[in-house]
Design a protein around this ligand. Structure first.
Ligand code: PGA
Length: 251
């Protein structure tokens, strides 16, 4: 069974005192509890990457960013390149999150260019796909995610895919385990079609209102290899509670 990856997407939350306290809390609790049999990743807002990277050093918790630019360098005011994120200590970067697709008009083509740039810089992109409520109501879930997968993924493996139904993000709503199983099985088949047999790097995460009390059943679903966690990643107990469920599901 694949070791699970539990990733925290802190989004635009946390001043320095909050983010550093959260990171310290995670490191200390992990050290006290003796570690967990799953991989952990936190993706703080960009202004905290260096400070959090220092705190995470030696803890086994990986550092990721929430977005990157397609170019390596140049006249792009306000943007950060994948190479800069790698330089800041990141090993991962989230790309194509629905909040960026919706709020910044990011297209599948742009997401593909970002995932490709991330790979080139040596980062593992966590590429997000997922349908809206309206698309689900119209029975178009698989059609939408197939289009997103075919157009947003890079031409070679080395990424993590995250299925995040838009309607489940930050709402407290989640698909049933059977719904998740249907989508993740479909995604697995697509990945095998596109990239060949399953590789270590080809994890498929579920994201959208994952909490400690639903993580067990969601992470136990076949072809779910971890979680991308928003709100619940901002509390040490909640994030590590989900990680514990991930460790159990992956063992
Ligand atoms: P949520 O966010 O856990 O708060 O629903 C998930 C995400 O957007 O990655």
């Amino acid at each position: 069974m694949t070791r699970q990856l539990i990733a925290g997407n802190w989004k635009m939350n946390g001043l320095r005192k909050d983010g550093t306290a959260l990171a310290r809390g995670l490191v200390e609790k992990l050290a006290t509890d003796g570690g967990l049999d799953c991989d952990l990743l936190v993706c703080p807002p960009a202004h905290l990457l260096l400070a959090i990277g220092d705190i995470l050093e030696g803890s086994g918790i990986a550092l990721g960013a929430q977005d990157c630019h397609t170019e390596e360098a140049g006249a792009h005011t306000g943007d950060l390149s994948a190479a800069m994120l790698a330089d800041a200590g990141c090993s991962h970067v989230i790309v194509g999150h629905s909040e960026r697709r919706q709020n910044h008009g990011e297209t599948d083509d742009l997401v593909k260019a970002k995932t490709t740039a991330a790979l080139k810089a040596g980062l593992t992109p966590v590429v997000c796909v997922g349908e809206t409520q309206a698309e689900r109501d119209e029975g178009k879930t698989l059609e939408v995610i197939e289009r997103q997968v075919r157009r947003s993924l890079p031409n070679k493996p080395g990424f993590v895919l995250a299925y995040e139904p838009v309607w489940a993000i930050g709402t407290g709503l989640t698909p049933t385990p059977a719904d998740v199983a249907e989508v993740h099985t479909y995604l697995r088949e697509l990945l095998i079609e596109l990239f060949g047999p399953l590789e270590e790097g080809m994890r498929i995460l579920y994201g959208g209102s994952v909490k400690p009390d639903n993580a067990g059943e969601l992470l136990a679903v076949r072809n779910v290899n971890g979680a991308l966690v928003g709100g619940a990643s901002l509390k040490v107990e909640d994030f590590l509670g989900i990680a514990l469920a991930g460790a159990k599901a992956g063992s």
